[in-house]
Write a protein that binds this ligand. Structure first.
Ligand SMILES: Cc1cc2nc3c(=O)[nH]c(=O)nc-3n(C[C@H](O)[C@H](O)[C@H](O)COP(=O)(O)O)c2cc1C
Length: 192
């Protein structure tokens, strides 16, 4: 197949839609959309953040955040919190349909409606400059809403109805069907 080349641009697709929630200095909630990031280790994640976000000021003060993973029905609020900064609109969170309660283990809000939430503590910031940095964080706990558990008490991806971000065409999408079981379907080729 003939390939065409292109300059680097942020189009690694698909990405998870992630809601990064922190406390403002007055105890109100801020949340932003943070697609650039992922799992680094069993209990370590990384995010790429621009320096001018209110979230960044909050992170530097508390050292804690939650990363809530929305479902497709959260799409409007997920996009909204990625378009508006709490620096410009301090009532940003109140304009969403979400509610928050304080995490039992860290100084950060948990958004009740989001089916899966990672409770995180900042380990370190790397490659800091005036534009931003990468934050490496320890996941200290994961919360699942009961309504996405299967009858064995395990999280069920279908019930989560996860929202994905497709940067190639700037769209939000749903996760689709299972193609094959991971760590198993390739085994038939072993030893051939
Ligand atoms: C789909 C989407 C993905 C985004 N991903 C990131 C990201 O990974 N890192 C980042 O710094 N900003 C990202 N943003 C932008 C922030 O969410 C946005 O600037 C937000 O208003 C910051 O809010 P705050 O100032 O209240 O913290 C994204 C926005 C959208 C819509």
């Amino acid at each position: 197949m003939k390939k065409i080349t292109a300059k680097p641009r942020p189009i690694l697709t698909p990405q998870l839609v992630q809601m990064l929630a922190t406390y403002n200095p007055d105890g109100s909630v801020d949340v932003m959309n943070a697609a650039w990031g992922g799992q680094l280790d069993a209990d370590v994640i990384i995010l790429s953040l621009s320096a001018d976000h209110k979230t960044v000021e909050n992170l530097r003060r508390t050292g804690c955040f939650t990363l809530g993973i929305p479902s497709s029905k959260d799409v409007i609020d997920a996009d909204f919190v990625g378009l508006v900064s709490a620096n410009d609109d301090p009532n940003k969170f109140e304009k969403t349909d979400w509610h928050a309660s304080k995490s039992a283990v860290i100084d950060a809000p948990v958004i009740d409606e989001l089916p899966m939430t990672f409770e995180c503590k900042v380990l370190r910031y790397i490659d800091e400059d005036e534009l931003g940095f990468y934050v490496i964080a320890r996941v200290v706990d994961i919360l699942f809403n009961e309504d996405i558990l299967n009858d064995k008490g395990q999280p069920d991806v279908n019930r989560m109805d996860l929202l994905l971000f497709s940067p190639i065409d700037a769209s939000y999408r749903k996760m689709s069907d299972i193609v094959a079981p991971a760590f198993r379907c390739g085994a038939a080729k072993k030893g051939k």
